[in-house]
Design a protein around this ligand. Structure first.
Ligand SMILES: [Fe+2]
Length: 205
């Protein structure tokens, strides 16, 4: 059973398995001023996590995510994702037809990821964006993928079946980076590096 929003707040929870837009008595929640909410929760937008659930409902959830992030894993699931970029420009890398493609999502733009397209949002410092995703049906697998930066080959595919991917992904990517065998490309021998905080490349500015 879901926890009510009041219980979740009292327990300090911020997990996607806990809908927090639902009032205990079933009444309608008050409107939220987005940027005031961001300011009130600014501690949550610091690395390494950088994200917080604005709404976590039974059908879908909404996250606010700040840069910088420092990750080079891609994510794939059978769900759509909708991006609204509020402050600054980000890059969303996708893996399409065997190639990694850089999509620059500028401040004020929206972006859509179809189901089953591997993607990696790269967020420079000072950026803030919103992502809306559907709640996964039971049994829907999440994939965390790593591609070779040199030859674009798939280096590793972690499969997950769990309700809260944020923590699981963070632990899994650290384990991957720490393992020389798993993090080395089987095709060309290049190792997937531990990434630093993302910086927008000059050619994409
Ligand atoms: Fe490679």
């Amino acid at each position: 059973m879901y926890t009510t929003s009041a219980q979740a707040r009292a327990e300090g929870e911020d997990v996607m398995s806990t809908p927090n837009g639902v009032e205990p008595d079933g009444s309608v929640s008050s409107p939220v001023h987005l940027m005031n909410w961001v300011m009130q929760n600014k501690e949550s937008f610091k690395p390494p996590v950088g994200n917080k659930y604005l709404y976590s409902g039974a059908d879908f959830f909404v996250m606010l995510i700040a840069g910088p992030n420092a990750r080079n894993d891609f994510h794939k699931t059978n769900s759509e994702e909708f991006f609204i970029q509020l402050t600054g420009d980000i890059v969303v890398k996708t893996y399409e037809n065997g190639m990694i493609v850089d999509h620059v999502v500028h401040e004020g733009e929206t972006f859509f990821i179809p189901p089953n397209v591997p993607h990696a949002p790269c967020r420079p410092e000072g950026t803030l964006g919103m992502v809306i995703e559907r709640r996964r049906p039971p049994g829907e697998l999440e994939h965390q993928l790593f591609y070779c930066e040199k030859c674009n080959a798939l280096v590793h595919d972690n499969e997950f079946d769990c309700p809260d991917i944020v923590e699981a992904f963070r632990d899994a990517m650290q384990a991957f980076w720490d393992d020389p065998e798993r993090s080395t490309c089987g095709q060309c021998g290049t190792r997937v590096p531990v990434p630093g905080p993302y910086v927008m490349p000059e050619e994409l500015k």
